[in-house]
Write a protein that binds this ligand. Structure first.
Ligand code: CP
Ligand code: NVA
Length: 291
């Protein structure tokens, strides 16, 4: 994780200087998406081009997958054409099947349980602003979802202190928290799950939030909005945080729900820097799987 974040930072400098780096020269990178995406799709397409490869966008609803062709058959065929598969899926199981049957590296571009390349870009952002990862404190407020899970694991791997505040029933899963805690033991980091958002932000270097209703959970919208009401990142919550705390959001944001407009647009928000850094997180992830 540390080397991915560090490579993302180096590739950022190289990209800005337009320095060519053809690690994907001659390679075809498939982007198989079952859900919408602005940032992840575009950043992986552009990163592929900038690294000398060719992106091939595959909307799942336009493939025979949508007419019932099994994932394992699709994977065996795509593996014959593509060098890397980047996939955004409803179920993590689809990713493991793609990897098992394609014989090619598969990058998780968001699943129901994780969003690892988002975490690479987010850690790059924290490192750029705070100068380090080790010992920094990240408070994640809201849903114990895919983004939260990947931040817990990435933070644990890099010696960060990650504190999650979620309402009852929406905490990150116990098995994942156990895994993150055990990783944190060897890096000097720490993992905590609390109830009160004010407790979570009290020593935060970064306050992070994500949507209350993830893609695929639209039917639960009303219940979730009620459950998360006290978990909005707003100026009242930030009064309980140190002045040094930056504000993070993976985007897309829902102003007035998980975050207020003034906080997202405010001077402490690094959401747009995080968005740009998706490009370098994607590039480092692509390089990592082909090198
Ligand atoms: N943050 C993120 O993954 O955004 P997209 O859904 O636009 O890819
Ligand atoms: N948790 C959100 C992240 C979007 C980038 C979702 O899965 O929809």
């Amino acid at each position: 994780m540390e080397s991915l974040v560090s490579r993302a930072g180096t590739l950022k400098k190289q990209f800005k200087l337009r320095q060519p780096w053809g690690v994907l020269s001659g390679a075809a990178v498939g982007l198989l998406f079952e859900k919408p995406s602005t940032r992840t799709r575009t950043s992986f397409e552009v990163a592929t081009l900038r690294l000398g490869g060719s992106p091939v966008y595959l909307a799942a609803n336009e493939l025979q997958l949508s007419r019932g062709e099994p994932v394992k058959d699709t994977a065996r065929i795509l593996g014959g054409y593509l060098d890397v598969i980047v996939a955004r899926v409803f179920s993590q199981k689809t990713l493991t099947q793609l990897a098992a049957y394609s014989g090619k590296p598969v990058i998780n571009a968001l699943s129901d349980t994780e969003h690892p390349t988002q975490a690479v870009s987010d850690l790059l952002t924290i490192k750029e602003v705070k100068g380090r990862l080790q010992g920094t404190t990240l408070a994640y407020i809201g849903d114990g979802n895919n983004v939260c899970n990947s931040l817990l694991l990435a933070g644990a791997l890099t010696g960060m202190n990650v504190i999650v505040a979620s309402p009852e029933g929406y905490e990150p899963g116990a098995a994942l928290v156990r895994k993150a805690k055990s990783l944190a033991k060897s890096t000097g980091g720490s993992i905590d799950v609390v109830r009160d958002p004010k407790d979570a932000v009290a020593a935060a270097d970064a306050v992070y939030t994500d949507v209350w209703v993830s893609m695929g959970e639209e039917k639960e919208e009303d219940t979730r909005i009620r459950a998360f009401k006290r978990y909005q990142v707003n100026s009242a919550l930030l009064r309980a945080a140190p002045r040094r705390a930056i504000i993070m959001h993976c985007l897309p944001a829902h102003r007035g729900l998980e975050i207020t407009d003034d906080v997202l647009e405010g001077a402490r928000s690094v959401a747009w820097q995080q968005g740009e850094n998706k490009l370098y997180g994607a590039a480092a992830s692509l390089e990592f799987v082909v090198k």
